[in-house]
Structures are given as structure tokens and as C-alpha cells.
Design a protein around this ligand. Structure first.
Ligand SMILES: [Zn+2]
Length: 150
């Protein structure tokens, strides 16, 4: 048995490993499909999936890294965000949004410089980090966000 945190509603589910492998496992609270390592990597989001991936996640924060491939500091924080995602254990989600390919979301949140990291919780923008930051600083803001009550 393994405890898997639902990527949609944050509920903790007790699941047999064999059912995760065959992806038959569903969240007991909301019915979302459960995957064992769903949040161990940053999820790539677009203008089309932003609403669902960032705003409809309930119960835990979503950090959206707004970046572009030509941006040096963005490339520096990329590996940091990979590590934070790997260490998340269901407490938060890490997402990446390419601002060149997704201008709608970038302008909606007035991204003036990159990298900008937006932290959402329960559908609300609750924090914003501008510029490259050390891992510890990002981890602290995520920690604050997990305790934030909307
Ligand atoms: Zn769920």
C-alpha cells in the first residue's frame, strides 16, 4: 500500500502499487485518476490548460514559473524547480508556462520581466516572485503558501 495525494483535490488515498501501475486507481473524494509520480516533475501548462492546472487545483498551492527559452536566469532556476517538484510529496505543484507561446496568460498576470513565479492557491493569485531566486527562498514562499487560507 502507498499513500498518494490526489493531484486535483489534495485528498490522501491509500492505494495498492499494482493499481497505480495499471492506472486504475481513482481518488476516493473526487474521482480524479491517481498517478504515483504525477507531481514529481513540473507540469507544462499553456493558455489552454492554465485554468484547469493552476486555478482549479484545490487545497494546495501551484507555483507557475513564467519563463522563455532565451532567458538566462530562467535556465538557472529550471533545475531548482525540478528539484522542488521532486521534493513536493503532494504539498504543492510546480508548473511551467512559456510566455512566448502563451501570451494570453502572461498579459493577464502582467508579466513584465522573467522569470516571474506566480503562486496560486484555491484559484487565487497569492504571491509573486520576480527574478531568479535561490532554492531556499522559493521553498520558503511555497511553505508559506501551503499554510495560506484563502
Ligand atoms: Zn481528489
Amino acid at each position: 500500500m502507498q499513500i498518494v495525494v490526489c493531484s486535483n483535490c489534495g485528498a490522501k488515498n491509500r492505494v495498492e502499487e499494482s493499481r497505480l501501475e495499471t492506472s486504475e486507481a481513482k481518488c476516493g473524494r473526487c474521482g480524479e485518476k491517481l498517478t504515483g509520480d504525477h507531481d514529481s516533475k513540473p507540469v507544462v501548462i499553456t493558455d489552454q490548460t492554465f485554468e484547469r492546472e493552476a486555478l482549479q487545483t484545490r487545497g494546495r498551492p501551484v507555483l507557475v514559473d513564467c519563463w522563455a527559452p532565451w532567458c538566462g536566469p530562467c535556465r538557472m532556476i529550471g533545475p531548482i524547480l525540478d528539484e522542488l517538484a521532486a521534493e513536493s510529496q503532494g504539498r504543492y505543484r510546480i508548473a511551467k508556462l512559456n510566455v512566448d507561446e502563451n501570451p494570453q496568460t502572461a498579459s493577464r498576470f502582467q508579466i513584465a520581466s522573467i522569470p516571474t513565479m506566480l503562486i496560486f492557491k484555491d484559484g487565487k493569485l497569492i504571491d509573486r516572485l520576480i527574478g531568479a531566486q535561490p532554492k531556499q527562498a522559493i521553498a520558503e514562499r511555497l511553505q508559506l503558501a501551503t499554510r495560506f487560507a484563502a
